[in-house]
Design a protein around this ligand. Structure first.
Ligand code: BG6
Length: 507
């Protein structure tokens, strides 16, 4: 592993939830594990007036609450970490604030023995997307950005999601960023790529020889990708209502899962080799045209129900949600990948909020054997219960891999039933996997872009979902199916997928 160089990490949006719950705990964890260089500093930047001291108190509180290693309040490691944190009050559109920030950063460099203009900078944009371009513009104007070819120091910028709200806004944002930054300096984050089990999809596919030969249209009947959440909008009603499940989950996390499952083997594990393959895959998916939307998608919205004994109100009654909103809290989509490997194999994507459980899983269903040798040998009760082979990659929770195969039930008769061969991470590896943000922030410090989204990749993903957005927007009466909170989504989605699989098998 490369060694991290001393870096000053500036978090814009330092008063926000993401900073408190994810970013600061991730930085603490990697620092605790000795993965950050000595002299690494963290600077929070936000509008609220605050002293360094107040910021440090908040940081320690957040660490006690949200860090996976559960440090106790007032412990020496908390003090050491918080003493490396600083705060800068400022406005995102005010050049004076950015000059003040520059002064602070140079003072910290000096204390670290780094000469002026030689400090490495990682800027993390954990702000609402409306200010992404403005912040990068200000950083450029006020001299914060290093020459990308400078070998002695670097500047990198992590951009949070949502990256645009459609193809047009994403391309405009890309254009604004590339006016100031080189693509090598832009790190578009998708935290799903930092998840250990998502990375394991690549290890599983390309580090083993036995599955890859089966990984195509000759053997695979169809693929399900499911990201079910039992949480609702969690106080983010305003954001969510203008976004919906398609933009919030499919455009980014789910298409990334699909890309990793279906892409061709990269020529190497170099960042651009992997990203080239993902872009090729996304570009091979024919976008759903506005007129086909009803044949390829089902959208739903949750109504009141119960989850874990707790009463959940209608989505329409959540704070920040318009009372007549038609925003989808559930979506099911059917996509095809028009390439040599996958032509004709449907990929069903399904995600939703307020569902019966939390589950992210990829299920690959294989074709039935060409001849059903065992299905008609017994009568009545003992008839074989044959099911197609299924490979399940469980991303969360209970991370693991399951292969379902038909086995003979012991006895005089030839009766088969499906049984699972299972592997569970927790049982095998006695170490806790690093959190997604730990991995990704560290990669950005090390300059590894493999797990970040490239410009063409984000645009290819938007191109795909744009047709669905347009199709839905053009419906006079929106086809939105209500489902009860605490169920697995609208009945119409199950029916759509089951019927579709039946039809494709009959072909
Ligand atoms: C975020 C979405 O990107 O991912 C949230 O904005 C969603 O709505 C979250 O809840 C899911 O992430 P995870 O890691 O909990 O599966």
């Amino acid at each position: 592993m490369n060694k991290a160089k001393p870096t000053t990490i500036v978090i814009f949006g330092a008063s926000g939830d993401l900073t408190r719950r994810k970013l600061i705990p991730a930085l603490f964890q990697v620092s605790l594990e000795g993965l950050l260089a000595k002299g690494t500093r963290i600077v929070g930047f936000a509008r609220r007036e605050k002293s360094h001291e107040q910021f440090r108190v908040e940081i320690e509180e957040a660490l006690v609450e949200f860090t996976r290693s559960k440090p106790s309040a007032g412990s020496p490691e908390l003090k050491v970490f918080s003493s490396s944190c600083y705060y800068q009050t400022g406005n995102y559109d005010n050049s004076k604030s950015f000059h003040d920030l520059k002064e602070l950063l140079e003072r910290l460099d000096k204390e670290n023995g780094i000469s002026s203009d030689k400090g490495n900078r990682l800027f993390y944009l954990a702000t609402p997307p409306t200010v992404f371009s403005g912040i990068v513009g200000m950083l450029g104007q006020t001299g914060h950005i290093a020459d990308p070819n400078d070998e002695e120091r670097w500047t990198r910028v992590i951009i949070e999601k949502p990256f645009g709200r459609d193809l047009e806004t994403a391309s405009a944002l890309n254009k604004n960023l590339s006016a100031i930054l080189d693509e090598r300096q832009i790190y578009r984050i998708d935290h799903y790529l930092g998840k250990e089990t998502v990375q394991n999809i690549m290890a599983f596919r390309f580090g083993n020889s036995i599955f890859e030969p089966l990984w195509d249209r000759r053997y695979v009947s169809h693929v399900h990708i499911t990201v079910a959440e039992s949480v609702c909008v969690e106080g983010r009603g305003g954001y969510y209502d203008s976004s919906g499940a398609l933009r919030d989950m499919v455009q980014n996390h789910m298409l990334q899962l699909l890309a990793l499952i279906a892409m061709e083997p990269p020529a190497s594990f170099a960042p651009d080799a992997v990203r080239d393959e993902k872009v090729k895959l996304l570009s091979a998916i024919p976008p759903i045209g506005a007129s086909e939307v009803n044949e390829c998608s089902i959208r739903g919205q949750y109504a009141a129900g119960t989850i874990d004994g707790k009463l959940i109100p209608d989505y329409l009654r959540e704070n920040g949600v318009k009372p007549d909103s038609v925003t989808e809290t559930f979506v099911a989509l059917k996509l095809y990948v028009d390439n040599w490997r996958w032509a004709g194999v449907p990929f069903y994507l399904r995600t939703g909020k307020a569902l019966a459980g939390r589950l992210t899983e990829v299920n690959i269903e294989f074709r039935q054997p060409p001849l059903a040798l065992f299905s008609h040998m017994q009568e009545g009760e003992e008839r074989s219960r044959m099911k197609p082979n299924m490979l399940s990659l469980r991303v969360q929770p209970n991370e693991g891999i399951r292969l379902s195969i038909g086995m003979k039930v012991p006895g005089q008769k030839m009766v088969l039933e499906p049984q699972d061969m299972e592997f569970c991470y927790q049982d095998v590896f006695d170490v806790e996997a690093p959190g997604a943000y730990e991995r990704l922030i560290l990669d950005a410090i090390l300059g590894d872009t493999t797990l970040f989204i490239r410009q063409d990749e984000v645009e290819a993903a938007w191109k795909l979902v744009n047709g669905v957005i347009d199709g839905w927007a053009s419906e006079e009466v929106p086809h939105i199916h209500l489902y009860r909170a605490g169920t697995w989504g609208p009945y119409a989605a199950d029916e759509f997928i089951t019927n579709d699989i039946r039809k494709s098998k009959a072909l």
